[in-house]
Design a binder for this molecule. Structure first.
Ligand SMILES: *Cc1c(COP(=O)(O)O)cnc(C)c1O
Length: 228
């Protein structure tokens, strides 16, 4: 078994145990393997170990890997910050976008989604920790943004996404994820997706209703950002 396959098995156990602890069906929790900075070969190994959903943050890197892996039936999720001049290839080459935080980006993604593809699945990124530096709309802006996005013809608004301020305190982790769940319930739009929880806090996120956990480090190891 490759290290990646072993890691996928370990993360699978964590997901199942967390689901059990909150009496949830683990079938309702998807593993989104975050493969940014990792080579196509690592994605291929993860696919061979049973994972088909991959999350990428950097557009050009993602497009290069998609070409290399075109023989595999993978589902690609864009999870990084979006510049408005990059929306077209995102609309063309991904099935999901988790990081929409303003209407202008949503409008461009809808207008640029090719007609022959199903609507692009969208999560709105919300800043639940209130740090100035992080991306995501504020909870105050969410309702207007969400209602506007439901009107866009080539998008399918699925739910909310957050990246809370990192903390090792499980109670603080859960409080941030509970906030996202409550915001989603408050919208009353019948949304079915909560994209929350990463390598270090997926248990807390599952306890508060995560339907996608976005896991990088625990599957692929630490990322190296130094240029070769
Ligand atoms: C990098 C990244 C992840 C994965 O984080 P890990 O701590 O490596 O599991 C999840 N979500 C987003 C948006 C990311 O950018």
């Amino acid at each position: 078994m490759s290290t990646i396959a072993e890691n996928i098995a370990k993360v699978g156990v964590r997901i199942r145990e967390a689901a059990q602890a909150s009496q949830r069906d683990c079938g309702s929790i998807g593993l989104l393997a975050v493969s940014k900075t990792k080579p196509a070969a690592a994605i291929r190994q993860a696919f061979n170990a049973g994972t088909a959903n991959f999350g990428e943050n950097y557009l050009q890197e993602a497009l290069d890997k998609q070409v290399e892996l075109h023989d595999l039936p993978l589902t690609w999720h864009f999870i990084g910050p979006i510049q408005s001049n990059k929306t077209k290839p995102i609309a063309e080459h991904f099935s999901w976008v988790h990081s929409v935080d303003r209407l202008k980006i949503a409008e461009r993604l809808s207008a640029q989604r090719p007609a022959h593809l199903p609507p692009l699945n969208i999560c709105l990124q919300v800043n639940v920790s209130g740090e100035a530096s992080k991306s995501g709309c504020s909870p105050d802006e969410l309702s207007a943004l969400a209602h506007a996005v439901t009107q866009l013809p080539h998008l399918h608004l699925r739910g909310l996404m957050t990246i809370p301020e990192p903390t090792d305190d499980p109670a603080e982790q859960r409080a941030a994820f509970a906030r996202l769940r409550e915001l989603q319930q408050g919208l009353n739009l019948g949304l079915d997706t909560l994209s929350m929880g990463m390598s270090h806090d997926l248990e807390a996120a599952i306890g508060e209703g995560a339907t996608w956990v976005r896991v990088g480090t625990a599957l692929f190891g630490a990322r190296d950002y130094s240029t070769p």
